[in-house]
Design a protein around this ligand. Structure first.
Ligand code: GUE
Length: 285
């Protein structure tokens, strides 16, 4: 048996068809959305991701604004750029690309983003809204995971979902999203302190691997027919490696690969957050 591939790239393109029309409607009213990225330093991976986001903006008609800053930019200088973006009406949403260099206080930067322009859904106020079940922008990767499953008609209600990784951008908010009444999944959140990872993965209907550890999830751990989402990625000597071992393809019922899975969905949800915020601001949502 070979798993059915959950194609994040094709799904992203389908989402962009819909967004293109919504952006055109906003543009007609003089409300073209604008996404800005703040990128500090010269990490090649981060540059590639940011490039992808701007290419996507061009595809759907969103104005893109780039603020690329040298690696030695001071905390005060980055904060000044955020203040500018908060005040700029052409920028309706923006992100601070993570990770930032060590001398910067990432938490402080995320707090300075205007919550109404928080395209990543990572401002403490918006994370608080998620905890409280109030409307607001949702973190892009968790939202992309839920959206990909929905579009493939994979049911979440009552499903046992094992999430591996408790990071602030994926694991933790994903647990919150999946346990809302509207999703109604039962979530086990695993991390480095988990006693028996293989057992937690083995009883899951859906496994989300987001630990950033190459080939952490192996075929022997996965229940035959389970849905497996490979979210983590690591640079190794042999190139990029996902958190899921390639052999899992033979055991799983559905597999979201890396690349080609949740990465493109993350970008699609970033643009969706920007369009939704612009619609809210224009009073059309
Ligand atoms: N503030 C912030 N927000 C983020 O959303 C954010 C971040 N920082 N820092 C880094 C991670 C990583 N991330 C990815 C997005 C898309 C792909 C993606 O589209 N990957 C393609 C392959 C690469 C490509 O085609 O360029 C794929 O998986 O098929 C990957 C990784 C967002 N992140």
């Amino acid at each position: 048996m070979t798993a059915t591939i959950l194609d994040g790239k094709a799904t992203k393109n389908a989402i962009y068809e819909d967004l293109r029309a919504r952006v055109a409607a906003l543009a007609e009213r003089g409300r073209t959305p604008g996404l800005a990225t703040v990128l500090v330093g010269d990490d090649p991976g981060s540059h590639a991701y940011v490039r992808g986001k701007h290419n996507d903006c061009a595809k759907v008609g969103i104005t893109s604004i780039r603020r690329d800053l040298p690696a030695d930019t001071s905390q005060a200088e980055v904060e000044a750029v955020l203040a500018e973006l908060n005040a700029d009406p052409a920028c309706t949403g923006y992100i601070v690309q993570l990770p930032v260099p060590d001398h910067l206080d990432a938490g402080r930067l995320l707090e300075l983003v205007d919550p109404a322009k928080d395209a990543d859904g990572l401002h403490p106020i918006n994370l608080g809204r998620l905890v409280l079940g109030e409307p607001g922008p949702l973190p892009c990767t968790p939202r992309g995971i839920v959206e990909l499953l929905r579009r493939y008609d994979i049911p979440l209600a009552g499903a046992n979902v094992t999430v591996v990784g408790r990071g602030v951008t994926v694991g933790r908010p994903l647990g919150l999203l999946l346990t809302r009444r509207s999703e109604n999944a039962t979530v086990t959140l695993c991390h480095t302190g988990t006693k028996d990872l293989a057992a937690e993965i083995g009883r899951a209907d859906i496994v989300v691997a987001a630990a950033g550890k190459a080939h952490l999830v192996t075929a022997d751990m996965v229940k035959p027919g389970a849905v497996v989402l490979d979210v983590g990625v690591t640079r190794t000597e042999d190139g990029l490696a996902g958190d899921v071992h390639p052999d899992v393809l033979e055991v799983a019922g559905f597999l979201s690969p890396n690349p080609g899975g949740i990465g493109p969905m993350t970008r699609a949800m970033l643009l969706t957050n920007v369009v939704e915020a612009a619609e809210r601001a224009a009073g059309t949502a």
